[in-house]
Design a protein around this ligand. Structure first.
Ligand code: COA
Length: 319
């Protein structure tokens, strides 16, 4: 597998902590010191499909792959515009990628890692050559805006990568899930209600999170997953140039850096500007780091995601 190109898109409206403090009982100081987040992009007239297509087009144009050569589209999302059709099918239609097989993956904030692993597995069948993998979210619509403990943490955005079967950049991949811990971060779908079993009219559900539980899960799981991925790749932690972690909370990133014995400078971040954009966070960060020229041929980098499910994934890439 080889990453040919990346792209990203963020909604134009930027909401600061101070903006939120005018609308709810919170403060810039609380949000910044607990999480590192300063602003987030919030969709207004954008949709998940709209920002996904924008990110996909940018990655696609830079990849030099022709639309007829695209045979796989995998979108990681928990906030598509429709329950069905999938976001991946919407992106396929917008791109006119008629040959592609398109489907979504729901793995919360680990979604992009799961999409990458799935594309790699498809490539290994020998029947797929080029894939568009994405993470795209409008989490703002999934928030209970009267719950200050969750709504200040999340944002909206989309990131994409065009990957090809011709290459051997992916040195290792580790994935895991712990469904037993899943209720720590959840958003309920509709209840069963039909002619034969009716429930009283229900309201939409929103994100509910046990913050301290998710925090403990992240600081325990991510260093282990990264360690396992490094071992599988036979790469020493000091050889890694950059660690691109899911952007949930600065304190989680600091804790992982400490556990791995690595300087914080090796952990680029965008959570200050974007908040937590779930499946989009790793590809949006990858896109900006790559475009800033911080990744060169031969560099070893780690990508890692963790989140709802509970799920986690980590991989080592040699660029
Ligand atoms: N503004 C001001 N006060 C807030 C607040 C907000 N936005 N949200 C919660 N509070 C209050 C609570 O009501 C509580 O008040 P109380 O002590 O009077 O009951 C207090 O702040 C809790 O503060 P604290 O104990 O310092 O919170 P914390 O250190 O557990 O941090 C999180 C909370 C959510 C930042 C932290 O648990 C976390 O980051 N968890 C991981 C979440 C995550 O990353 N999820 C996504 C993973 S993909």
């Amino acid at each position: 597998m080889k990453i040919l190109a990346t792209g990203s898109a963020l909604p134009k409206k930027v909401v600061s902590n101070d903006d939120l403090a005018k609308m709810m009982d919170t403060s810039d100081e609380w949000i910044r010191t607990r999480t590192g987040i300063r602003t987030r992009h919030i969709a207004t007239d954008e949709t998940t499909t709209g920002i996904a297509v924008e990110a996909a087009k940018k990655a696609f144009q830079a990849s030099k792959v022709s639309i007829d050569e695209l045979d796989l589209i995998i979108c990681a999302t928990v906030s598509s515009d429709y329950i069905y059709p999938t976001l991946a099918c919407e992106v396929q239609a917008a791109l006119g990628a008629k040959r592609a097989t398109a489907f979504d993956i729901g793995a919360g904030c680990s979604g992009f890692l799961f999409a990458l692993a799935t594309a790699d597995a498809y490539f290994r069948t020998g029947r797929y050559k080029n894939a568009l993998i994405m993470g795209a979210e409008t989490l703002s619509k999934m928030m209970d805006w009267s719950d200050r403990s969750t709504c200040v943490l999340f944002g909206d955005g989309a990131g994409a990568a065009v990957v090809s079967a011709e290459g051997d950049q992916l040195l290792s991949m580790v994935q895991g899930s712990d469904g037993a811990g899943g209720m720590a971060l959840k958003c309920k779908n509709r209840s069963v209600s039909n002619l034969f079993h009716q429930v009283a009219a229900e309201h939409y559900s929103y994100t509910e999170m046990n913050g301290p539980e998710v925090y403990k899960f992240a600081v325990r799981t991510v260093p282990n997953a990264v360690g396992e991925a490094l071992e599988k790749a036979d790469v020493k932690v000091d050889e890694v140039k950059l660690f691109l972690l899911h952007q949930a909370n600065m304190r989680i990133i600091e804790s992982v850096a400490k556990r791995l014995g690595q300087p914080l400078e090796k952990f680029p971040t965008n959570l200050q500007e974007c908040g937590n954009i779930s499946a989009a966070s790793v590809p949006v960060l990858l896109d900006s780091v790559y475009k800033e020229g911080k990744i060169c041929k031969g560099d070893k980098i780690v990508l890692a995601g963790f989140g709802a499910g509970l799920t986690w994934g980590a991989c080592v890439i040699e660029w």
